[in-house]
Design a protein around this ligand. Structure first.
Ligand code: NAP
Length: 501
């Protein structure tokens, strides 16, 4: 079998370790094996799946130092960030352990029978959600832990009762392998079949394509580029049996700073914006890529602080040489377009941070500037008056987030802006910055395309489990034959709705 190496993005040298180049044959073996265990895994109790998720979290915690050390070499992300990301990963696993036993995901609904109804008797109908079957998860380059092998997609799918096949991101194969070993150990400890989880590795597009098109795969979770995600989404829809493809593809995360807020906070807003756009070298899907402000003295102070802040930035290393070259090419191309001024840092190493500035009129004529450039760059759009923000908000593409900065005097405008931003974004942030996504029960990390290929779903938070489920109704099925969650005496104590209440 062919093998490949990981590359250290800081030195651009190969790292130790050889990883297999899996292909269609390995996809077939993994998917068939997953399919064979899928029914039994779906029928495990929520408590068993909860125990598995805790066991995975414990195994990752035991291997923390090894995982973080390898991820540091493979991603060039700082140690503190990776330690935080590992904690987030184990917290996600434990959240989904609670979600599994909580039972709300089953959405149990009962319609009582009415044998006396005229002209026809009404049957007893009960419905709940069941696991879809084997799902594929694509590891993301920018979160080697929290959105990769044992990340949120894997945790939510296992909680639902779906076997998982991960297509590891080729930027961090060593990290993926150590994490996969932790999952294998947890499966063994819980006396569950190893086929419930498989990691496939490789550098060819054929591998991802074979995963998405395999007939045993029933859904896909993906985080990455619009280009790659769209190609895989199209493949998923062209299959003889089309399947749901939950792709999180990119966002501009617009921010609106209203005039009173700007007057009161210009310098601190600039400081926060600078931090948010540069965090993780701008390699976050929630980076604020466009900020709308109105012209005036305070805005000039804000811009001046931004320009000085950008110039003082030190260079950071990007995740891969491919991402770096995309960033440099795309930002150079943008810099050559007329109507933009730019300020950039001149780092001794790493890539420069770039701030573009333009006016609302020029922005309107250049819709291509909404396209994501992955890295530490952002555009400020200066409006002549605040009223213009409403019309600009109506021409925005779908986004993961939209943000309003407003003080009390700005509320009338904020109130009009809010319904416009609901049209555009999955999450609305008030007086904050979009980078950083809380993993909780109410979180929505999704939104209209291209933020997500499935705008009715979220890829972060407890509701993410619903991506891997489908409803089944049981009509007149005797109680003794029904799944536990739908039996009359409710042995699992599942919350349910009865006759609409
Ligand atoms: P990517 O190119 O979309 O790759 C993500 C995964 O999809 C990889 O496993 C890749 O495998 C696979 N893939 C991509 N195109 C494919 C195709 N046509 N057929 C089959 N598999 C395919 O993302 P990336 O490598 O992480 O980074 C590249 C760019 O993606 C960045 O510059 C950035 O613009 C964007 N990105 C966005 C986000 C976000 O959260 N919005 C996150 C990460 C990256 P291969 O190794 O075979 O390519």
């Amino acid at each position: 079998m062919h093998t490949f190496h990981a590359v250290n993005p800081a030195t651009e040298r190969p790292l130790s370790g050889e990883f297999p180049e899996h292909g269609a044959k390995e996809v077939d073996l993994a998917a068939m094996a997953a399919s064979e265990v899928a029914k039994a895994f779906r029928q495990t109790t929520p408590a068993q799946r909860s125990s598995l998720l805790h066991a995975i979290a414990d195994a990752l915690e035991s291997a923390r130092d090894t995982i973080v050390a390898r991820a540091e070499l493979e991603s060039a992300l700082p140690n503190a960030r990776l330690n935080g990301e590992l904690s987030r990963t184990t917290a996600q696993l434990r959240l989904f352990a609670d979600v599994a036993v909580g039972g709300l995901w089953q959405e149990a609904i009962f319609d009582s029978a009415n044998p006396d109804r005229q002209p026809l008797p009404k049957p007893d109908i009960r419905r709940h959600n069941i696991a879809l079957g084997p799902v594929a998860v694509f590891g993301a380059s920018n979160f080697p832990l929290a959105f990769s092998t044992a990340g949120g997609d894997t945790a939510s799918a296992l909680a639902a009762g779906c076997p998982v096949i991960v297509k590891g991101h080729p930027a961090h194969p060593g990290t993926s392998e150590i994490v996969a070993q932790c999952i294998a150990k947890a499966l063994e400890q819980e006396q569950l079949p190893q086929a419930i989880f498989t990691l496939l590795q490789g550098t060819s597009h054929e591998l991802g394509q074979a995963v998405v098109t395999h007939p045993s795969i029933k859904a896909v979770g993906f985080t990455g580029s619009i280009h790659g995600g769209r190609a895989l989404f199209d493949l998923a829809q062209q299959r003889p049996e089309p399947i749901p493809f939950f792709g999180e593809l990119g966002a501009s995360n617009p921010v609106f700073i209203l005039p009173q807020r700007m007057d009161n906070q210009a310098e601190s807003l600039a400081e926060e914006y600078l931090m948010s756009m540069n965090m993780g070298c701008g390699q976050f899907c929630t980076k604020p890529a466009v900020v709308f402000i109105t012209q005036g003295d305070a805005s000039e102070r804000f811009l001046q602080a931004m320009r000085e802040g950008i110039k003082a930035q030190t260079g950071q290393t990007m995740l891969t040489s491919g991402i770096k070259s995309n960033y440099l090419t795309q930002s150079q191309r943008r810099a050559q377009q007329s109507g933009l001024t730019q300020t950039q840092s001149s780092p001794e190493s790493g890539v420069p941070s770039i701030l573009f500035e333009t006016t609302s009129e020029i922005w309107r004529n250049n819709p291509q500037w909404q396209e994501e450039i992955f890295g530490p760059q952002s555009i400020v759009v200066v409006c002549q008056e605040s009223e213009e923000m409403i019309s600009l908000s109506q021409s925005l593409a779908g986004s993961l987030t939209a943000t309003i900065h407003a003080d009390a005097d700005d509320y009338p405008l904020a109130k009009r802006l809010l319904p416009e931003l609901e049209e555009v974004a999955g999450r609305i942030v008030f007086n904050g910055w979009p980078t950083g996504v809380e993993v909780s029960y109410a979180m929505v990390h999704g939104g209209p395309y291209p933020a997500s290929t499935m705008p009715a779903s979220t890829s972060v938070g407890a509701e993410a489990i619903k991506r891997w489920l489908r409803p089944v109704a049981y009509q007149s099925v005797p109680d003794a034959l029904l799944p536990c969650s739908l039996q009359q005496d409710n042995p699992l104590n599942v919350r349910c709705s009865v006759d609409g209440k």
